[in-house]
Design a protein around this ligand. Structure first.
Ligand code: NI
Length: 189
């Protein structure tokens, strides 16, 4: 009880930056859909919004559980995605998500809250069908395309302990790793 009370007063959670070990750890399934989980989901949405992220995985805030939040605002100047889609301006919570079907290929310039100021093209499936549970444990399925599909695959990778540098070419990945390590060593001085 004490812990739940404390969480309610917590403004937001801290987003961890790579190479935090939990980012490369496979997260556990959620088994109990209790008040603590519901509060955690709220905190994740709040954290994601205040960091201007469109997606967040629980292990990015240090919790190795299979929970994702997503909110993709409709931005008209987005060159890659000109039409407003059903998934824009929608708040999503995915618990224990799994990809049941994939189709096609897409390349998108991705960013990640755990890799500030890094934007690189990554190849993904163009469309995915994802089955998940909501915070009450109810099962639902979504069909995702465009940025929604890219974001879902990026976030599901997170809870599997896979960060987007693992999806880049060896050369790009090496450059990003070096940048991050250099930046990290500057920050700790
Ligand atoms: Ni990310």
């Amino acid at each position: 009880m004490y812990e739940i009370y404390d969480r309610r007063n917590m403004a937001k959670l801290d987003v961890l930056v790579w190479p935090a070990k939990v980012l490369e750890t496979k997260s556990d399934e959620v088994a109990s859909f209790d008040d603590e989980l519901k509060q955690f989901v709220k905190d994740m949405h709040e954290t994601m919004d205040s960091a201007n992220g469109i997606g967040l995985a629980a292990n990015q805030v240090g919790v190795a559980k299979r929970v994702l939040t997503m909110y993709i605002p409709w931005v008209q100047q987005d060159e890659q995605d000109e039409e407003k889609r059903y998934w824009h301006d929608q708040r999503y919570t995915f618990i224990n998500p799994r990809i049941v079907k994939k189709q096609g290929k897409i390349s998108w310039q991705e960013g990640c809250l755990s890799f500030p100021q890094i934007f690189e093209f990554v190849d993904r499936a163009a469309e995915v069908w994802v089955e998940a549970q909501d915070e009450n444990g109810e099962t639902f399925e979504v069909h995702a395309d465009g940025l929604f599909s890219v974001c879902l695959q990026h976030e599901i990778d997170h809870i599997d302990g896979i960060v987007f540098i693992n999806r880049m070419s060896r050369l790009k990945s090496t450059i990003v790793r070096k940048k991050m390590v250099r930046r990290g060593s500057l920050n700790t001085k």
